[in-house]
Design a protein around this ligand. Structure first.
Ligand code: ADP
Length: 392
């Protein structure tokens, strides 16, 4: 029997899962899948390690399966699949660990209570991340669970990088720049030594460009600055999030438009970014295929903002040795990579158009002073590795 670790990533309307089995000294993917639309029209899919669909199920429109029903289906599926595997524990993606949790942690009732206190800091993610943990603590108390945080990797940042210029009392109360996508950055940092040993020891900016998007400055593999701050709405424009915004805009909306916190939350998290600017879609593929001038403008703004943040992170690093693209857009869109590399010419990036279009790992010319790379992120593997380590 091979030891195995299950990984769960629960959102508001979906639960993604994967199982990793011991393979030599590392872990290898055995199976992965998800249940989507768990409160409206649930659909289950599971795929083998090589990507073949091995199981599907769809519930009737209007079925409210919920997190508990979805989890039950996943557990039953995994029990059927478990032949030859001995499940040692479950690792969970949890967006916020606050200041207290700068490392993955085994969850008990006390830890769960602590993590619930961070719900106001990540209202759209944290409650859903915690739901399966709560259910499993009740139903399967014998199964060890480990929480892995998107914020933890950034706790290594210098103090100034984690501060707002607000009165000290607010900083002490936890109003700080936390940074997110840490599991993705940690994974990229873990593979960088094989790709580019010099950059791994030097100064790298990683661009995680997905529906959520952020950038992180790595110095010798450690996070030194990032574009996301107190919440995951800061920094770059994203699919539907606005990114960095003059706080005066919020005051204006409250005073002049009579908007309350919930209305502003909806605006800046769900109605802005690529969707808000284009009026067409939050999906980069749709925008790149669109002839609509506002779709082009949304993409122009996206690339422009990345270029400016790149300058800021390169300044925080005191120079730049490499750029790494990851996330759905970073891994798949040659056009966005090409445009970002062109905006980074002043930092010594000379893109190799052919390698970029071919989707090669190295997309900069051999003579490029600053290298550019594409790395497929693997947050799930990172969570499985952490879980195995925490559980010894
Ligand atoms: P999430 O943050 O939800 O995990 P992903 O990392 O999967 O999101 O990224 C989703 C984004 O990636 C979408 O905007 C999608 O359009 C974009 N994307 C995926 N494939 C391509 C592609 N071939 N070209 C351009 N964008 C792409």
């Amino acid at each position: 029997m091979a030891d195995a670790i299950a990984v769960l990533n629960a959102g508001s309307s979906s639960i993604k899962f994967s199982v990793f089995a011991q393979a030599g000294t590392d872990l290898a993917l055995a199976v992965r899948g998800q249940i989507e639309s768990i409160y409206t029209a649930p659909r289950f899919t599971a795929k083998s390690a090589t990507g073949e669909t091995i199981s599907t199920h769809a519930w009737d429109q209007g079925t409210r399966l919920g997190h508990d029903g979805a989890l039950e289906h996943i557990v039953a599926f995994l029990r059927d699949q478990a032949e030859g595997l001995s499940l040692k524990g479950v690792g969970h993606r949890v967006v916020h660990g606050g200041m207290a949790y700068s490392q993955p942690v085994r969850v008990d009732r006390k830890v769960l209570q602590d993590l619930e206190q961070f719900i106001p800091l990540a209202p759209l993610h944290q409650p859903h991340n915690l739901t399966p943990i709560r259910i499993m603590l009740e139903d399967r108390p014998e199964l060890p669970q480990v929480a892995c945080f998107d914020t933890a990797f950034h706790r290594a940042q210098p103090e100034v990088a984690q501060m707002f210029a607000l009165p000290r009392e607010l900083h002490d109360a936890g109003v700080r720049r936390y940074g997110f996508h840490g599991l993705s950055y940690e994974y990229v940092a873990s593979v960088l030594p094989q790709l580019d040993p010099a950059a791994a020891k030097g100064r790298t900016v990683v661009l995680h460009l997905g529906n959520g998007a952020s950038m992180c400055a790595l110095s010798a593999g450690c996070s030194t600055a990032s574009t996301m701050g107190f919440t995951a709405v800061d920094g770059l424009p994203m699919g539907t999030r606005c990114g960095a915004l003059d706080p005066g805009v919020i005051l204006y909306l409250m005073d002049q438009r009579g908007m309350d916190a919930r209305a502003i939350e909806k605006l800046i998290y769900n109605e802005s970014g690529l969707l808000g600017v284009s009026g067409v879609s939050s999906d980069m593929r749709t925008l790149l295929d669109s002839a609509e001038p506002r779709a082009r403008l949304a993409v122009d703004l996206y690339v422009y903002r990345i270029g400016r943040e790149l300058g800021s992170l390169a300044a925080a690093l005191g120079g730049l040795d490499a750029l790494v693209f990851t996330g759905g857009i970073g891994e798949n869109s040659a056009e966005i990579r090409e445009r970002v590399c062109r905006a980074a010419a002043w930092l010594g990036v000379v893109p190799d158009g052919q390698a970029n279009r071919a989707g090669e790992p190295r997309i900069s010319m051999p003579a490029s002073k600053t290298a550019a790379w594409v790395v497929a992120t693997n947050e799930e593997l990172m969570i499985a590795r952490h879980t195995r380590r925490v559980l010894g």
